[in-house]
Design a protein around this ligand. Structure first.
Ligand code: ZN
Length: 339
């Protein structure tokens, strides 16, 4: 009961990349960089195991960013042609790389990372990939002409990658789709079909992480504009419940998502975020347990997996470590209360 897991990313150590910064460039090169990524991933693996996290991951130590780590290895993207683009429906503007030619995956991207992790843990292993819709919200297009076509092409490439990651020993493959609560009708029209294409043929557990974003300034301001209750999920959950994905990851710690929306996913396992990803805040195990038990009022406990709200990459290493421990201890407390 209450199998614990995380959304994925964890902070990088300061000898590997500048801490508490997204897209921080690597501080090592070549062979030393590869050994450094492995060492950082192993350190986080042991932290997760010690904290009582059941489904563990690499903390995304092998990739510079949750989307760009995958894109960097593809053909068809011009990284020097930067186009200004309003990300997440103009929540913030970023200079993004541009798709200028047919997209191709000429080699595996995260498959060796998955194999490395598999060789070092007996725990269930989760590997994350960016979802097709979120990728398309992070790139400009001068080749495909519409985002739906480009998303479907990314879905084919992600599927090839996911099948190889599964073969390398992953038990769970999670696609991150923070764009899903922004472009609601598009989720139905092409976001979910592309996600299902990315998952085609997978026999392992599949998951989708939807969220209101990292604790960065632009996201905090956006959240303030959403009102007292965040009800975007009411639109998309019925579609997601009808889809093939098995697990849905959502933020509930400190968020204004009303717990009753969980009822709109009766056929899914739910990764309930019980840990906030804002700097400066550390939950007690008691608070984590409270959040989990609150969710059991709407969802039978067998379908609940305590999790973090989102990736913890922007936090300090110390805080992220303490939060992993609070999550593990809080889930144990919840088990004892209901046991
Ligand atoms: Zn997230």
């Amino acid at each position: 009961m209450f199998t614990t897991t995380t959304v994925g990313s964890l902070p990088k150590p300061d000898w590997l990349a500048e801490p508490e910064r997204l897209w921080a460039p690597w501080r090592l090169e070549g062979e030393a960089l590869q050994r450094g990524k492995e060492r950082a991933a192993l350190e986080w693996l042991r932290e997760q195991e010690a904290a009582g996290i059941d489904v563990v991951g690499d903390g995304e130590q092998f990739r510079v960013h949750f989307v760009h780590g995958f894109l960097e290895q593809l053909e068809g993207i011009d990284w020097n042609l930067k186009t200004p683009m309003g990300i997440r429906n103009n929540r913030y503007v970023a200079e993004v790389p541009t798709v200028t030619a047919p997209l191709r995956r000429t080699r595996p991207v995260h498959v060796a990372d998955a194999a490395f992790m598999r060789a070092h843990t007996g725990h269930r292993l989760k590997i994350t990939l960016p979802g097709p819709m979120t990728i398309c919200d992070t790139l400009a297009d001068r080749h495909y002409g519409d985002r739906a076509s480009m998303a479907m092409r990314f879905a084919e490439l992600l599927n090839a990658e996911a099948l190889e990651i599964e073969a390398a020993g992953a038990d769970v493959i999670q696609f991150d789709e923070p764009a899903f609560n922004v472009f609601l009708d598009e989720v139905r029209d092409w976001g979910l079909p592309a996600l299902e294409r990315a998952m085609q043929g997978l026999k392992c557990t599949t998951a989708v992480h939807i969220c209101y974003g990292y604790g960065i300034e632009a996201n905090i301001k956006w959240k303030e504009s959403l009102g007292d209750q965040w009800r975007q999920y009411e639109r998309i959950f019925p579609w997601i419940n009808a889809s093939k994905v098995r697990q849905v990851s959502l933020e509930f710690a400190g968020s204004r998502v009303p717990h009753e929306v969980l009822r709109l996913l009766p056929d899914k396992e739910l990764l309930v975020g019980a840990i906030e990803v804002l700097p400066g805040k550390l939950e007690t195990p008691e608070e984590v347990a409270h959040n989990i038990l609150e969710a059991t009022r709407h969802v039978e406990k067998a379908r609940l997996l305590p999790c973090t709200n989102c990736g913890m990459a922007p936090l300090s290493r110390e805080l992220a470590t303490a939060k992993l421990r609070a999550l593990g201890a809080g889930a144990e407390l919840a088990r004892r209360r209901l046991g």
